[in-house]
Design a protein around this ligand. Structure first.
Ligand code: G1P
Length: 300
């Protein structure tokens, strides 16, 4: 079999961001900053750090400022240069040079599977990555989550979904995989997958957390996929169908995953990323300690 490298990624970013209204009325949720970096920039960086060369972002009509963010900004650049703010100048230019980024609009919000189908002609006949913008993953001293998946793909040349263990209470929020055998190590072959199962119907506690490497044959299934959970065209359902003709694996990736599409997940990410910043760490640590003194411990 001819080995195919993963060089393209798709970032679905056409969601309405209803969980973050009113902030997302006029601003895409992907542009909300964790400290001072928009969430989508963390996702693009993970893709680039994982060896991705071309990125397609699936947008809608409300997402112009995301395109501006990854473009040159000549007026701003000139002003920064004139006022000798070199560091800021380079920071702004570097964002525009991160990767080759393309955009396509999902014309109707019909679900994640439908969003990925919008990438069909961009992807062609190559394996590709998917990074969901709501899932920011940090693996400070190790490889980015997507890189771990790509390396697993390179070994088996088959689709890989990135998973981590979630609690029984949380299985109904995610795509849950059914391993074909007891996992021994991080990679396991799958026999099935189900989108947002009830707690008592979940085949495992291994949840898909926003990272995928897929073979292009997925599009054959997405094209005819009927609506599933929530009345949406689900990527999970098409991956399950793909298992009939090809092996699909789960990879239990290393790293802390933040659900930045959720308010509490977003706050956690903000605090933890701020604690990583040298210029903020001490001030924030003192502040957090004082907060406990002021507000006390939570009731048990
Ligand atoms: C999507 C997927 C789901 C996955 C989740 C987290 O759901 O459909 O399988 O577990 O992302 O990455 P959503 O959160 O968009 O409803």
């Amino acid at each position: 079999m001819k080995k195919r490298a993963v060089k393209k990624a798709v970032i679905p970013a056409a969601g309405l961001g209803t969980r973050f209204l009113p902030a997302t009325k006029a601003i895409p949720k992907e542009m909300l900053p964790i400290v001072d970096i928009p969430t989508v920039q963390y996702i693009v960086k993970e893709a680039v750090d994982s060896g991705i060369e071309e990125i397609l972002i699936i947008t809608n009509s409300n997402k112009h400022c995301m395109e501006n963010h990854f473009d040159r900004a000549y007026e701003l650049e000139n002003r920064l240069m004139e006022s000798q703010k070199e560091e800021e100048y380079h920071m702004v230019c570097d964002i525009a040079n991160m990767a080759n980024i393309y955009y396509v609009r999902q014309k109707e919000p019909k679900g994640l599977g439908h969003a990925i189908l919008c990438a069909k002609s961009f992807i062609g006949e190559e394996p590709f990555a998917v990074l969901v913008g709501d899932d920011v993953v940090e693996n400070r001293d190790g490889k980015p989550a997507l890189k771990q998946l790509i390396e697993a793909y390179d070994e088996v040349q088959a689709s890989i979904v990135g998973v981590q263990t979630v609690s029984d209470e949380d299985v109904s929020k995610y795509g849950i995989v059914e391993p074909a055998r007891q996992p021994a190590g991080r990679r396991v072959k799958l026999s099935s997958m189900v989108e947002k199962p009830k707690k008592e119907e979940a085949p495992s506690n291994l949840a898909v957390l926003g990272r995928y490497v897929l073979t292009p044959e997925i599009f054959d299934y997405l094209e005819t996929q009927t609506p599933g959970a929530g009345g949406e065209i689900q990527l999970t359902d098409s991956i399950k169908s793909l298992m009939i003709s090809q092996a699909v694996y789960a990879y239990d990736f290393e790293g802390i995953r933040y659900d930045v599409g959720d308010k509490f997940g977003f706050i956690k990410a903000t605090v933890e990323y701020a604690l990583e910043r040298e210029e903020l760490r001490e001030k924030l640590q003192t502040y957090l300690k004082d907060l406990v003194t002021t507000f006390g411990q939570p009731e048990a």
